[in-house]
Design a protein around this ligand. Structure first.
Ligand SMILES: *[C@@H]1O[C@H](CO)[C@@H](O)[C@H](O)[C@H]1NC(C)=O
Length: 334
């Protein structure tokens, strides 16, 4: 068992039963693919082509059926292509891909630099949470879904990473950048310290990219020993927004600001649960492939092995817990 795998198992113990699931992913052999048990809709485009693609463009209907075939399955598309569509939004400080089925993002990507974090033009007291009008109404996460749900509207790209402009900060307040997160003990605490860890990486790296998103991991049922994905859906009598069991961050710490340099990669999976501040961040480090298997996404296909480093080997992966008063100030407006 690799060191990384052991770390995953340790990580998992922090979350109530969040379970050996992440460990399971890291230990599976490639041929034992299990992504179909957890995944969500399939993204319809590659990150290298960040242009919204209409569903009709994804599939080119065959106009010619095989000679002599008695059926024409693709004739369906006369009535419309079912999808899935992963709504891609390119905003000032982030790019996001939305999962219409769970009403959560698939992933949200951001970029921080020493310069971007040094500008303080935005203040979250001037921002308000917004339903995302770029998503068809029937698939949107709604403010009322979160109301009295017991969960925070948890930013995936943190507002604090977009202080360089009020407009950019505002953009982080779309619900398409939110997931329901446990507030006390997670979003307002350990997760916030983790976000702060990411910002502190800019003291060493001139350019840092971060992709953040939810996971829905299976957990073993003690009754029948089978694996099930179980998650809450908030929205009251009209349940609408899935509550992820876990969150991931993939961090790309670039050694040089220009493309082509070495990249220190770090992948982390944290349970959507209270995590004690004493828990070392390194406990949550997982192999990148574990996040890929769990999410159905791929994060660094075009990054050759020769340019990769392991973030937690290059720098100390640990959170710094801020003073209580400072924390209150920072998160009072959640
Ligand atoms: C930010 O959002 C607030 C509240 O929705 C709005 O009043 C303000 O004009 C926005 N600012 C910018 C720069 O977009």
């Amino acid at each position: 068992m690799s060191k990384a795998t052991i770390a995953v198992i340790a990580a998992v113990s922090a979350g109530a039963g969040a379970a050996a699931t992440a460990a399971m992913y890291s230990m599976r052999k490639p041929e034992q693919t299990v992504t179909s048990t957890t995944t969500t809709a399939v993204t319809t485009r590659t990150p290298s082509a960040p242009v919204p693609v209409l569903a009709s463009q994804v599939f080119t209907p065959q106009t010619t059926t095989a000679p002599g075939a008695p059926v024409d399955p693709a004739g369906l598309f006369e009535y419309g292509f079912p999808g899935p569509v992963a709504d891609l939004a390119t905003r000032q400080g982030l790019v996001s891909s939305f999962d219409r089925r769970t009403r959560n993002p698939h992933w949200v990507a951001e970029h921080i630099t020493p310069a971007s974090l040094s500008i303080r033009d935005g203040d979250r007291k001037h921002s308000s949470f917004l339903e995302d009008p770029a998503i068809p109404d029937k698939f949107q996460a709604k403010l009322k879904d979160y109301y009295r749900s017991g969960y925070d509207r948890g930013h995936q790209v943190p507002a604090a990473d977009c202080k360089w402009s009020q407009g950019a900060m505002n953009d982080t307040f779309y619900l398409s950048n939110m997931c329901p997160q446990v507030g006390e003990g997670f979003n307002r605490d350990y997760w916030a310290h983790f976000e702060d860890f990411c910002r502190r990486l800019t003291q060493r790296y001139p350019s840092v990219r971060i992709v953040t998103g939810p996971l829905y991991l299976p957990k073993r049922d003690p009754q029948d020993s089978k694996w099930y994905v179980r998650y809450e859906v908030i929205g009251g009598a009209a349940p609408n927004v899935a509550v992820p069991t876990h969150f991931y961050k993939v961090i790309y710490a670039e050694e040089q600001a220009a493309p082509g340099g070495k990249v220190a990669l770090g992948a982390f999976v944290l349970p959507n649960a209270v995590i004690p501040n004493e828990k070392p961040l390194s406990d949550f480090e997982v192999p990148l492939e574990a996040v890929e298997r769990a999410s159905g996404l791929e994060f660094a296909n075009k990054l050759p092995a020769a340019r990769r480093k392991r973030l937690c080997a290059e720098t100390s992966c640990s959170v710094m817990v801020k003073e209580y008063a400072e924390r209150q100030k920072a998160f009072a407006k959640k």
